[in-house]
Design a protein around this ligand. Structure first.
Ligand code: NIG
Length: 386
């Protein structure tokens, strides 16, 4: 791999406390790492030089919440929702049926297509989940396929009780043979803790079993109404609790006093006609916030992190700097990948060479020019992907 010196940077977002937003900076990518960041006048030699002519440079987006191992289409459900039908997560069963009927090659191709689509828009680190298989064999298959493509894999056998199954029998399977079989492919486990999915007792059982197996924890919580998801996630030390659309004051306080990241999924809330999550209140209280796409065929069929950033600024009261940080560093923190060698969501020497150049002089243009595709160039692990 060659080294690349990027010069002519208009605005550099590093998310690094010491580096901050240095003016007149340049950076060098060497192999799959950032090798150097400093004053352009002191830049070292590199194999190639790229002048980005005043464009903004930031870390690649870190999309810490997606459901990309799926088959089938739910356009009809979306149309019904836009005509007034409520989202109740029942459509998950439609995707489960289509996913079970797909071949390995079809699922892998679909996953690759969505990850590539996201990369072309600046997403350089992707988490994805199982959860559309809901049998031991189908969940293992999803995890195995996900592990070949995604940066992070989450076991979501507890997405929904499969149609026709008994909830407690199904949980016996999730916490026993399914967890044993999926664990080698996954770093994380998740549960959909919501009325109509899994209650507090059931969710606690899933998370406790997964933690005993050595998996890190994440929770789908407080998506469709207030409930125990956030409280449980904080109590059990989950790395993140995702959705956080309907929060009580106590939930916000609990998040603010914890290491659990509040991962907000505004594209999902728009697509399901929910209110937007209280991002401003979470930040003001001192909670750590991430933004993610929740790309899936039912509740949020977008891979656009820029759309999430734009929405967070225009409608949730975040500043551009806060929203960009939440979609880069915040996602990395939610995946516990923001520090150390090969860190993502940050630009500093030793971090992964995941770089996003906007066709704009500053990140402000993401909100100032909503809907305009502004990705100019992208490197993932040092390879130019756009
Ligand atoms: O995060 N809430 C549960 N799971 C997904 C939705 C999946 C679907 O509707 O297919 C979510 O929104």
């Amino acid at each position: 791999m060659t080294s690349t010196l990027i010069t002519g940077i208009g605005e550099l977002t590093t998310n690094d406390e010491e580096l901050g937003r240095p003016a007149d900076a340049a950076l060098v990518l060497d192999g799959d790492r950032i090798a150097w960041i400093g004053a352009a006048s002191a830049a070292p030699a590199a194999d190639e030089i790229l002048d980005v002519e005043g464009r903004a440079v930031l870390p690649g987006w870190v999309d810490s919440h997606t459901h990309l191992v799926f088959a089938g289409d739910r356009t009809a459900e979306f149309e019904a929702r836009m005509a007034g039908a409520a989202y109740a997560a029942g459509g998950i069963a439609v995707t489960v049926e289509a996913t079970r009927g797909a071949t390995d090659a079809e699922l892998a191709a679909g996953l690759r297509k969505h990850v590539d689509e996201a990369a072309a828009q600046g997403t350089t680190c992707v988490e994805t989940k199982t959860g559309y298989g809901l049998t031991v064999a189908d969940e293992v298959r999803a995890a195995r396929i996900a592990a070949e493509v995604a940066d992070e894999v989450t076991f979501l056998g507890a997405h929904l009780v499969p149609p026709g199954a008994d909830a407690e029998d199904y949980l016996d399977e999730v916490c026993g043979p399914m967890l044993d079989a999926v664990a080698p492919y996954a770093r994380w486990a998740d549960v959909f803790c919501e009325t109509g999915a899994f209650d507090e007792t059931q969710s606690r059982r899933v998370l406790t079993a997964a933690a005993a197996k050595g998996l890190g924890l994440r929770v789908h919580g407080n998506q469709l109404g207030q409930g125990p998801g956030v409280r449980l996630a904080v109590e059990l030390g989950a790395a993140s609790v995702d959705h956080c659309t309907h929060l009580s004051d106590a939930d916000i306080e609990a998040l603010a006093g914890s290491a659990t990241v509040a991962t907000l999924l505004p594209a999902c809330d728009l697509s399901t006609r929910q209110p937007l999550p209280p991002g401003r209140r979470l930040l003001d209280a001192g909670a750590t916030v991430a933004l993610a796409s929740n790309c899936n065929p039912g509740s949020s069929y977008t891979s656009s992190m820029a759309f999430c950033v734009t929405t967070a600024v225009l409608q949730m009261g975040l500043s551009v700097e806060e929203a960009v940080r939440a979609a880069t560093w915040g996602g990395a923190r939610a995946l516990r990948r923001e520090t150390g060698d090969g860190a993502v969501g940050v630009l500093r020497p030793g971090a992964r060479a995941d770089v996003h150049v906007l066709d704009a002089p500053s990140a402000t243009h993401l909100a100032y020019r909503p809907g305009v595709p502004l990705t100019h160039a992208v490197w993932r692990k040092g390879s130019r992907v756009r």
